[in-house]
Design a protein around this ligand. Structure first.
Ligand SMILES: O=C(O)C1=C[C@@H](OP(=O)(O)O)[C@@H](O)[C@H](O)C1
Ligand SMILES: C=C(OP(=O)(O)O)C(=O)O
Length: 425
């Protein structure tokens, strides 16, 4: 198997321009498609998750051109629902393509088949499907009930009132929210129970507003959306840098000696994952925010015990940063790590234990207690980009680290290891 060995390294120093946000790129592509007018999208992320969205849009008849190595996209909006009558869409393991497209396709008239990589067929989608069925769409499971692949037979999305569960993934609510303005009637969406990963809903509402649609948010428990509206292209829109991708570089500086400034995310950012820097600061790192940048510098790190439900992706970076802190670190309220690219609670615990750390894997938490000396091992990455990126930080210990299948970072960050090598020495 392909692998790379890094370190031992002792310094992380430099300035990084972080590539565009995955969450924003796929939301903007979808709303630009539904909008009236042409949209020029700049700083688009060029990665597998975005390619799955772009390939699907092309198959569905959307016209766009790509420039600047895939980071600029000029897309002709349809000014309404996707009007293809059939589509067979492969969406890899991209939650931000699978979930929002499932809802958006229901707005039109036609029959669609949505599928992905084997892991995508193990990632739940039942809560979204049930809500769409309640809104009059004929959706069936082609394999196990509650999971893709899906078959959609639709004649438009009715309005009214619908409930959706929020305790497994916020992407289900995001999907319904983005489609709701184009439904046949006004729609009230009620969130049933707890809502996880809440800041991602703020990203959704922000992008909808950029495309001219505002909705009534009743304290994240209900959303009231007027039907038969149109999204309007803002003309040009820039994708801000990916805050989850920034986490690895900010952590690198906090762990090693040196200073790193990450450009592309900052105090003006709409992404909840910028709050990762606050966790680093709580651990003891010196963090400075500018509107569009964050700087991180080492100071003695201490373990923390925090609820990280609001930053599920960047929280993984804390699990390996914890190896360099004094005392144990507990990351709480992260049950849905289990239904992402892999069972991340199991995978993180297993790989951290291989290094020699003491780890408790709870149902919805992980506790990592660092040890004096880490072992040189080969980290299995479970086809999960974030596992590969998180464990690169182990290279700042006194021992090297081997990362198996480093190419899996192509899901959201194909150039990760190249950039890592420019700041680490
Ligand atoms: O809406 C989004 O862009 C995302 C929401 C989060 O998922 P969940 O809501 O499933 O936690 C996050 O983990 C994912 O990487 C991106
Ligand atoms: C959970 C993730 O991805 P997805 O958008 O496929 O849910 C992730 O990027 O960490």
């Amino acid at each position: 198997m392909n692998s790379i060995t890094l370190g031992p390294l002792s310094k992380a120093q430099g300035e990084i321009q972080i590539p565009g946000s995955k969450s924003l790129s796929n939301r903007i592509l979808l709303l630009a498609t539904l909008a009236k007018g042409t949209t020029k999208i700049t700083n688009l992320l060029d990665s597998d998750d975005i390619k799955h969205m772009l390939n699907s849009l092309k198959l569905l008849g959307v016209n766009y051109s790509l420039e600047d190595q895939g980071t600029t996209c000029i897309l002709e909006g349809l000014g309404g629902p996707i009007n293809a009558e059939v589509g067979d869409l492969f969406l890899g393991n991209a939650g931000t393509a699978m979930r929002p497209l499932t809802a958006a396709l229901c707005l039109g008239k036609g029959q669609f088949h949505l599928h992905g990589e084997p892991r995508m067929h193990e990632r739940p989608i039942g809560d979204l499907v049930e809500a769409l069925q309640d809104l009059g769409v004929d959706i069936s499971y082609e394999g196990e009930a509650g999971y893709p692949p899906l078959h959609i037979k639709t004649n438009g999305l009715s309005g009214g009132e619908v409930s959706i569960k929020g305790n497994i993934s916020s992407q289900f609510l995001t999907a319904i929210l983005m489609s709701a303005p184009l439904a046949q009637d006004d729609l009230t969406i009620k969130v049933d129970g707890e809502l996880v990963s809440k800041p991602y809903i703020d990203i959704t509402l922000h992008v909808m507003k950029q495309f001219g649609v505002e909705i009534e948010n009743q304290n994240y428990q209900a959303f009231v959306v007027k039907g038969q509206q149109s999204y309007i292209s803002p003309g040009e829109i820039m994708v801000e840098g990916d805050a989850s991708s920034a986490s690895y570089f900010l952590a690198a500086a906090a762990i090693a000696g040196g200073k790193i400034k990450v450009h592309g995310v900052g105090s003006d950012s709409v992404q909840g994952d910028v709050k990762f820097a606050d966790v680093l600061a709580k651990m003891g790192a010196k963090i400075t925010y500018g509107p569009t940048w964050i700087e991180s510098e080492r100071y003695e790190l201490n373990g923390v015990n925090l609820d990280m439900n609001h930053i599920p992706d960047a929280a993984m970076t804390i699990a390996t940063t914890a190896l360099f802190a004094k005392g144990p670190t507990t990351i709480r309220n992260i049950y849905n790590w289990r239904v992402k690219e892999t069972d991340r609670l199991y995978a993180m615990a297993t790989e951290l234990k291989k290094l020699g750390a003491e780890v408790i894997e709870g149902d919805d938490f992980i506790t990592v207690t660092p040890v004096e000396t880490l072992q040189h091992v080969a980290i299995d990455t479970y086809n999960d980009h974030r596992i590969a990126m998180c464990f690169s930080l182990v290279a700042f210990a006194d021992t090297p680290v081997t990362i198996n299948d480093p190419g899996c970072t192509s899901k959201t960050f194909p150039t990760y290891f190249e950039l890592f090598n420019t700041i680490a020495s």
